[in-house]
Design a protein around this ligand. Structure first.
Ligand SMILES: [Cu+2]
Length: 254
């Protein structure tokens, strides 16, 4: 909303009278992410983040996610690191190497070397730290996600938002009409079916050029450009950095 107001001001010329630095130094920055399917879920979506200091107004609109099961949604990645969504569908470059157990799926654990550890949990209420990564009673359950929440980000996350990724979990892998009947344990929790936690979509967060690029003073348009595909399997994130308890123990399960 602030951005819209800003655009209106700019259109009237009110802002143009100010030095560019004064006009934009404190203005909110817009970030976006396009969610693309993982594990051939067929799901997609868009993420918009209005960042003002460390306050992030986050909106997620999904399409064709499974309707009626909690979708854990996280920011993944080492802030300032070189994580990428990585190979998430059969046929993607590097998929066979990432799919360690050769089951044709990228489990949560198999995806971590590329997209990194959980940095923020996009819960609907309460805690948003990695501690809430599997807080299944506080995540969206609809097929369109319809997520909107304003949260406070850790400073280092706010400073490095465009090095992170949004991952949405849970998919009906066998198109049975329900989640939880695939018959393979989750790589995170053997009590859960792999469908409950598997990546369904991922999108890289990038700074939008809309936040004042007209003056040329923003300098944000290139911020998200550093994530080369070659870095996908660089293994930047060690498993020890993951915020999931017991993850390493279950690594060979899925
Ligand atoms: Cu995640």
């Amino acid at each position: 909303m602030v951005r819209r107001m800003f655009t209106t001001l700019a259109a009237t010329g009110a802002v143009l009278a100010l030095p560019a630095t004064a006009a934009f130094a404190q203005s909110p920055q817009t970030y976006t992410a396009n969610l693309s399917q993982a594990n051939e879920s067929g799901a997609s979506g868009t993420v918009t983040i209005e960042l003002d200091g460390t306050t992030a107004d986050i909106r997620i609109d999904g399409r064709d996610f499974f309707d009626g099961f909690p979708h854990a949604i996280h920011f993944h990645g080492e802030p300032g690191g070189d994580n990428v969504c990585g190979p998430l569908n059969p046929g993607d470059p590097g998929f066979d190497e990432a799919d360690e157990d050769g089951d044709g799926l990228i489990s949560v654990v198999e995806g971590v070397p590329a997209y990194g550890p959980v940095t923020v949990s996009l819960t609907t209420e309460g805690d948003t730290s990695p501690d809430s990564a599997l807080a299944v009673d506080r995540f969206p359950t609809s097929g369109t996600l319809d997520y909107q929440r304003t949260i406070e980000l850790p400073q280092e996350v706010a400073d490095h938002l465009s090095t992170l990724h949004v991952v949405v979990h849970a998919a009906d892998l066998d198109d049975s009409g329900e989640i939880g009947d695939f018959g393979t344990p989750s790589s995170l929790d053997p009590e859960l079916d792999i469908e409950a936690t598997i990546p369904a979509a991922c999108g890289q967060i990038t700074a939008s050029a809309a936040g004042g690029v007209a003056t040329g003073a923003g300098g944000t348009a290139t911020e998200g450009g550093g994530n080369g595909a070659a870095a996908a399997l660089a293994g930047a994130a060690g498993l020890s950095a993951i915020g999931f308890a017991g993850l390493r123990r279950r690594r060979d399960e899925a």
